[in-house]
Design a protein around this ligand. Structure first.
Ligand code: HEC
Length: 238
């Protein structure tokens, strides 16, 4: 893109030269070939990261082309760069601030029924008993198919880890981190009633973080007890 400097000053009504467009065309062609090759190589080698890096890398590269060449940021005054950077940073802040809420299924004055239903449906399918009525979203879990271990594995382990030590993949980025049920200190002052309350109403109900969402929609009273017992089975001192 160094050739582009030949065209500087074009911002005031002067068009780009043919060479410039040809160069952009070639760039896009190469990016296209990479975008086809990336997933193929990723698939063949089993290294998923290659697919991800090519996909996002190409998206970023194209965004850069658009911003620099067609939004003429290259030729703009410096303040435009600052304006753009500031808005991108503000957008990132907003997404980061809002996304923890999106992970919850319920909050003050709102409830994500679709997400709750999806989780219930997943659990019901796991139990092997899905009753779907034509045209409706009604799905029932057969209580007989429920096991606390299986439900823990699908719903909780992503954050709390399969071994209950708080090492789930989705938990790594959370602040506060997911509780470590294998830590004796965690169990100081925590009893079965509290665990049931937390699972049903979320940790916010006991003064903790909203990152530990309420899961009451998934379990009836009996199942809540079984979930609490399962969580308590990680206590090394019991
Ligand atoms: C999205 C990640 C996430 C998922 C999924 C999740 N938790 Fe949590 N959990 C947390 C975080 C974060 C905390 C720590 C909250 C705090 O310290 O205030 C926590 C805390 C807890 C606590 C301790 C609360 C206390 O202070 O006594 C219990 C018990 C618990 N989780 C059980 C569960 C169970 C059971 C499930 C599955 C039904 C589950 N969690 C699913 C993130 C998660």
């Amino acid at each position: 893109m160094s050739e582009h400097s030949d065209h500087n000053g074009h911002g005031h009504g002067e068009g780009h030269g043919t060479g410039f467009y040809f160069k952009i065309y070639l760039t896009l062609l190469v990016l296209f070939l990479i975008s086809v090759a990336g997933p193929e190589i990723g698939e063949a080698t089993g290294i998923r990261a290659i697919t991800l890096v090519t996909a996002f890398g190409i998206a970023l590269w194209k965004a850069r082309l658009v911003i620099n060449e067609f939004m003429h940021l290259k030729a703009e005054k410096r303040i435009m760069k600052w304006l753009l950077t500031t808005s991108v940073i503000l957008m990132a802040l907003m997404v980061a601030g809002v996304s923890p809420d999106v992970l919850n299924h319920r909050g003050n004055n709102w409830e994500n029924l679709a997400a709750q239903a999806a989780v219930e449906r997943g659990l019901a399918e796991m139990a092997g008993e899905v009753h779907e009525e034509e045209g409706t979203e009604v799905v029932e879990a057969e209580p007989a198919g429920f096991t606390a271990a299986a439900s823990y594995g699908t719903v909780c382990a992503t954050c709390h880890g399969a071994a209950g030590d708080g090492s789930g993949v989705a938990g790594a980025a959370l602040d506060p981190p997911p509780a470590n049920f294998t830590d004796p200190v965690f169990w100081e002052g925590r009893d079965r009633d509290r665990i049931i309350t937390v699972i049903r109403d979320g940790a916010a109900a006991v003064g903790g973080s909203a990152l530990m969402a309420p899961w009451g929609a998934l379990y009836d009273e009996e199942q809540l007890g079984l979930m609490a017992d399962y969580v308590m089975s990680f206590n090394p001192n019991q």
